[in-house]
Write a protein that binds this ligand. Structure first.
Ligand SMILES: [Zn+2]
Length: 177
């Protein structure tokens, strides 16, 4: 195929891709395309350090950008008041008041706690998604989409393995790292 035709074909695929219902999904598993999340240097923690501390499944999501199986997290059904914290460094990331059932099988929120997340573009599925990560440790949390409920219309689609839930009234664990 000539280069020009190839580019046209690619742009069509990308346009069509942006309309696909796959957008409703949180993320597709694609281990071959895994990229390392930038680990925050300010904590002085390397990926190897986190690997020692965290269970393998949590480590894979947080620091190797794996995506848990939809419907697999007990946090999907968690409806108590409380705070969701980063499973790696324990920074509070979401409040229960902003959790909602998106029907995707992943814990979903309409907004994070202010200044708790960093974002970056992610082309893993061949179209642009916005990946977000804990601002403190750099741990990958999930992807944010623009099909959430009003008024913000944001859907913060999170891996349950990247979070710990602390019910209201219980003390938050000390920050780690
Ligand atoms: Zn963190």
């Amino acid at each position: 195929m000539k280069r020009r035709a190839l580019l046209e074909a690619m742009s069509k695929v990308m346009f069509a891709g942006s309309m696909l219902p796959v957008l409703k999904a949180c993320s597709a598993s694609n281990p071959g395309a895994s990229r390392a999340t930038a680990v925050s240097p300010k904590l002085g923690m390397s990926k190897a350090d986190w690997r020692e501390i965290l269970p393998a499944d949590r480590f894979a999501v947080l620091f190797e950008e794996a995506t848990e199986r939809p419907g697999s997290s007990p946090l999907n059904d968690e409806d108590r008041d409380g705070v969701y914290i980063c499973a790696a460094c324990h920074l509070p990331l979401f409040e229960s008041a902003h959790k909602y059932d998106s029907g995707t099988g992943w814990p979903s929120f309409t907004q994070p706690i202010a200044d708790s997340m960093g974002t970056k573009a992610d082309y893993k599925l061949f179209f642009r998604r916005t990946e977000y990560h804990c601002i403190r440790c750099g741990g990958h949390q999930g992807h944010v989409f623009d099909d959430g409920p009003p008024p913000r219309r944001e859907r913060w689609c999170n891996n349950g393995l990247a979070l710990l839930f602390v019910p209201e009234g219980e003390p938050l664990p000390a920050l780690r790292g």
